[in-house]
Ligand binder design. Structure first.
Ligand code: IMP
Length: 212
């Protein structure tokens, strides 16, 4: 049986492991960018939405996969936080919100977010995490799915787990911030896992088991 190879346009080993687990018994082989002789090309994320940026990255990675002589499908993700009071900001700028790079990045982003929400009461601090996954081959988007989870931005960080905006993101059904959840708990409710579950369903119709 032919298996469909998929290049993941992300160097994050956690994402690769999660995707592989999720793809289960589908006839797909998912590999990371370290398998490319020259790595992934740098792409400017010039889109104005998570979807546009995920598509830009997936199309570029699909070209790189083919140039490398390998499989011609590539999967990319884009994610971030949207705060209602800030009209959806930081949104696609979530990673670079405060303009700080390196180890201080998350702290700087969270500090800026708290400043922008200073004095806003709890009911005005609604926010959501978003994740879009796009699958493409050269010149063609095969599918795109999204996942989201709602919460509220606290006025001070809580918890030591997770990354990014997790310590400020309070998830009401869990009665904790994302940084206070066990990793397995976060994985089961996150925007990323919702998108991945939808990806699996979509992949099942794109790569029917037994016919690939
Ligand atoms: P990326 O798509 O992995 O590059 O993430 C973009 C940015 O969105 C990250 O740098 C974080 O600031 C934020 N973000 C995305 N997903 C999460 C999450 O699950 N928790 C906290 N922050 C996140």
């Amino acid at each position: 049986m032919n298996r469909q190879g998929i290049l993941l346009a992300s160097g994050n080993p956690g994402k690769l492991a999660e995707l592989r687990r999720l793809s289960g018994d589908l006839p797909v082989d998912i590999r990371g960018p370290e398998s490319l002789e020259n790595g992934l090309p740098h792409v400017e994320e010039t889109g104005s939405s998570f979807l546009e940026n995920a598509v830009i990255k997936a199309l570029s990675a699909a070209d790189a996969a083919v140039a490398d002589g390998g499989d011609d499908w590539a999967l990319a993700d884009d994610s971030g936080l949207a705060v209602d009071f800030l009209d959806g900001a930081p949104g696609i700028r979530s990673a670079r919100f405060a303009g700080t790079q390196g180890e201080e990045r998350d702290l700087a982003n969270n500090t800026l977010l708290l400043e922008k929400l200073k004095g806003v009461p709890p009911e005005g601090r609604r926010a959501s995490f978003w994740c879009v996954l796009a699958l493409a081959r050269p010149g063609q988007v095969l599918l795109a799915v999204e996942g989201s989870v709602e919460g509220r931005i606290l006025d001070a960080p809580r918890g030591k787990g997770g990354f990014g905006y997790d310590p400020l993101f309070f998830h009401e059904p869990s009665d904790r911030t994302f940084a206070e959840l066990e990793p397995e708990e976060k994985v089961s409710i996150s925007h990323r896992s919702m998108a991945m579950t939808r990806l699996k369903t979509a992949l099942e119709s794109l790569v029917p088991q037994g016919t690939a």
